[in-house]
Structure formats: structure tokens, C-alpha cells
Design a protein around this ligand. Structure first.
Ligand SMILES: NC(=O)c1ccc[n+]([C@@H]2O[C@H](COP(=O)([O-])OP(=O)(O)OC[C@H]3O[C@@H](n4cnc5c(N)ncnc54)[C@H](O)[C@@H]3O)[C@@H](O)[C@H]2O)c1
Length: 355
């Protein structure tokens, strides 16, 4: 029985890989036999020139799907505006962005949606066909983002998400205007420096008001509408919600709370067909961070040293994960917080002292 299920999963995976322009190799062998596993890899690399991915679906006799690129990777069906200027491509790291039309006819709201990570999320959802209500407290940033993006599907608005009534009003107006709401991305966030003893009370309250209460308001007032469309929530938490940082007590508290709020809402609203997830980015090269790292190359070196993938993320790499979690590709995922951190939280933090 288990074997049958695994074969089904292998076949579905192979179909997906070939559909995306790759070559899928479905094989069955004894995984415990290291020699035959090695021989299989060697033969595959000899015959096809490489192996780009491995999907292992069984614990005993197993079907493994190996994928290799055939010539150049298939190009995106649409191009992301930021992809061509992505510095990671210049460094030879292949992004292989494949953009689909997963949000045609859908209405999304992104908070903090006109700068940094939020702007990348707004752009990704627009490229994939959504109507995007990008809200932000910064009037000038809203105006300049609107000027840069010539799309009738972009609906920018000024909103302070820490204001519960204002957030409810905007959500109600969006539903009145567009007839539906399929996705909210509570992403607006701020930080204040300080540990628990010296963070200012104003700083503490401001961070909790935006990073936690703002997320709560957005989710709370969107929920009835998301239940009507079987929609979803993808909140921007942070790796700072998964562990503690030096001198970021308020931010750590707020982001940790967002991660557990995600679980709580997922549990309460799963039966109504609403999926609720979050992402936990590591350091992302938003214009603010890029400026800081340009001035502090010592800090840039530290990041590159500590992050297993050896670099900070591009905003587009965060946006693509939000789009995945919001899409039907993630139709059986709810209540999770997905780290998008280049492996940073996979590391215990112990110094590299073993040999
Ligand atoms: N940049 C990173 O390295 C990083 C890492 C992990 C998590 N995050 C999180 O990602 C999210 C986006 O951060 P970013 O780096 O793009 O920052 P950013 O400052 O570029 O963007 C945040 C946006 O939120 C808006 N905003 C602030 N307060 C608001 C309010 N009360 N109502 C509505 N909008 C408000 C700001 O005007 C700004 O446009 C935040 O939640 C942040 O905590 C960022």
C-alpha cells in the first residue's frame, strides 16, 4: 500500500519535472546498498552530464527521481523586472525563475507593500495576474511606487496597520470594490534597538503595534472574506521570531508571536478552507540593508561567513516563496513558518572548530 502511494508520488513528481522542461529519471533500488547508489549517480552523470535534484520517496525499496537540466533552463513564462539585474545571477548563482499565472482573477492585499520585501511581493503577485492592493503608511513611498508601476491591477492605498478601524475599513472597501479577497500578506514591519532592560517603552510599543497588532488586524478583518474564497494568509515573520538576537528584544517578541498566531489561526480556520502560513526571512538585501552593508563591508563579510549559502537574499527570492505558499501549489500546507534564510537557522551557531 505504502509502495503504491510512493509510486504515485514519484510519478506526479516526474510529470512536474518534465512539464517544467527537465528530465526525470524514476529508479528503484536498494538505498541501503551504497555501491549501487553511487553507481547510479556515476552512470547518470556520465550519460546526462549532471544531476540537479533528488526526490526520495521510500525508506526501503524506493523510487528516486533525478532531474537534470536539458540545455539551458526553460525561461520564465513572464520576466520579473528585478530578475535581470539580480546580482546573484552575475555571481553565477542560477535563480531559474519560473513565473506562472497562479493569481489570475484573484485579489490580494500586501501591507508595507511599496518598499523592500513588500514591493517585491506586490510585483510578483502582479506579474502572476493578481489585483494587488498595496498599502503602506508612507504616503511618498506609495506615490513613487505607483508612478513606477503602470498597472491597472495595482491599487495602492495609504494605511497605518496599527489602526484597527482603518484596517477594517480598507479591507471592507476592497471587498466592496472588487467583490472578493483571496490573499492577505501582512508584511509591514519596523524594529527598535534595545534589550529588555534598555529598549524604550515607546520603542517596545511601536514595534508590537506594527509587527504584531498590525498583522493581527489585517488577518482578523480579512478572515470572513478569505473564508468565502478559500483564500490564504502569508505573513512576513523573521528568523528573529525563531530565536533571539542581540539588542532586538521587541522585534524578537513580536516576530515570535506572529509565528504562533499563524499556527493558532491555521488551526481555527482550516475547516473553513483558509490556509495560514508565514515566512521567516534571514537578511534580505532591501535598499536599506544594501546601503548599510555597502558602508560596513565588515558586516557584509560576517553575513557571508555565517550564512551557509554565503550571501544575503534578494527581495525577489522572498517574494517567490510568498507566491508559492499563497498558491494552489501549497494547497496542503497550513500553519507553517518557512525559513527563507540561506540555511542560517540550520546552523547551531557553534564556531567552526572541528578540523
Ligand atoms: N530586510 C530584512 O532583512 C528582513 C528580514 C526578515 C524579516 N523582515 C521583515 O520583512 C518585512 C518587510 O521589511 P523590509 O526589510 O522590506 O522593510 P522596509 O522598511 O523596506 O519596508 C517596510 C514597509 O512597511 C511600512 N510600514 C511601517 N509601518 C507601517 C504601518 N504602521 N502601516 C503600514 N505600513 C507600515 C514602511 O513604510 C515600509 O514601506 C518586515 O516585517 C520585516 O520585519 C525583513
Amino acid at each position: 500500500m505504502i509502495r503504491d502511494i510512493n509510486v504515485d508520488v514519484a510519478q506526479a513528481t516526474a510529470k512536474r519535472v518534465t512539464g517544467a522542461g527537465g528530465i526525470a529519471l524514476a529508479v528503484e533500488f536498494d538505498l541501503a546498498d551504497a555501491r549501487s547508489v553511487r553507481a547510479l549517480f556515476d552512470t547518470t552523470v556520465d550519460q546526462l552530464g549532471g544531476v540537479d535534484g533528488l526526490y526520495n520517496v521510500a525508506a526501503d525499496a524506493s523510487a528516486n527521481v533525478l532531474r537534470r537540466r536539458k540545455g539551458r533552463p526553460r525561461t520564465a513564462t513572464r520576466t520579473l523586472s528585478s530578475a535581470s539585474t539580480d546580482p546573484t545571477q552575475k555571481e553565477g548563482i542560477e535563480m531559474n525563475v519560473r513565473v506562472e499565472n497562479r493569481f489570475d482573477g484573484k485579489v490580494a492585499m500586501v501591507t508595507g507593500g511599496v518598499s523592500g520585501i513588500g514591493a517585491a511581493i506586490t510585483e510578483r503577485l502582479l506579474v502572476e495576474g493578481a489585483v494587488v492592493v498595496a498599502v503602506d503608511i508612507d504616503t511618498d513611498a506609495v506615490a513613487s511606487f505607483t508612478k513606477q508601476h503602470d498597472s491597472t491591477r495595482l491599487q495602492p492605498r495609504v494605511l497605518d496597520v496599527s489602526d484597527a478601524d482603518a484596517t477594517r475599513t480598507v479591507i471592507e472597501e476592497v471587498v466592496t470594490e472588487h467583490g472578493r479577497l483571496d490573499l492577505v500578506v501582512p508584511n509591514a514591519g519596523i524594529a527598535a534597538p534595545g534589550n529588555a532592560a534598555d529598549v524604550t517603552l515607546d520603542g517596545w510599543k511601536a514595534v508590537l503595534d506594527v509587527d504584531l497588532n498590525g498583522v493581527f488586524h489585517t488577518i482578523r478583518y480579512a478572515l470572513p472574506h478569505l473564508a468565502a474564497t478559500h483564500g490564504s494568509v502569508v505573513s512576513t515573520a523573521s528568523i528573529s521570531g525563531l530565536g533571539g538576537d542581540y539588542n532586538l528584544a521587541a522585534y524578537n517578541a513580536a516576530k515570535g508571536a506572529v509565528i504562533n498566531l499563524t499556527r493558532s489561526v491555521a488551526v481555527d480556520f482550516g475547516k473553513q478552507g483558509v490556509r495560514v502560513n508565514a515566512i521567516a526571512p534571514g537578511p534580505v538585501l532591501t535598499p536599506g540593508l544594501r546601503q548599510w552593508l555597502d558602508a560596513r563591508t565588515d558586516v557584509r563579510d560576517l553575513y557571508e561567513d555565517h550564512i551557509p549559502l554565503g550571501r544575503t537574499a534578494e527581495p525577489s527570492e522572498i517574494a517567490s516563496v510568498v507566491a508559492f505558499l499563497a498558491s494552489n501549489d501549497a494547497s496542503y500546507i497550513t500553519g507553517v513558518t518557512l525559513a527563507v534564510d540561506g540555511g542560517l537557522t540550520a546552523w547551531t551557531g557553534q564556531p567552526h572548530v572541528m578540523g
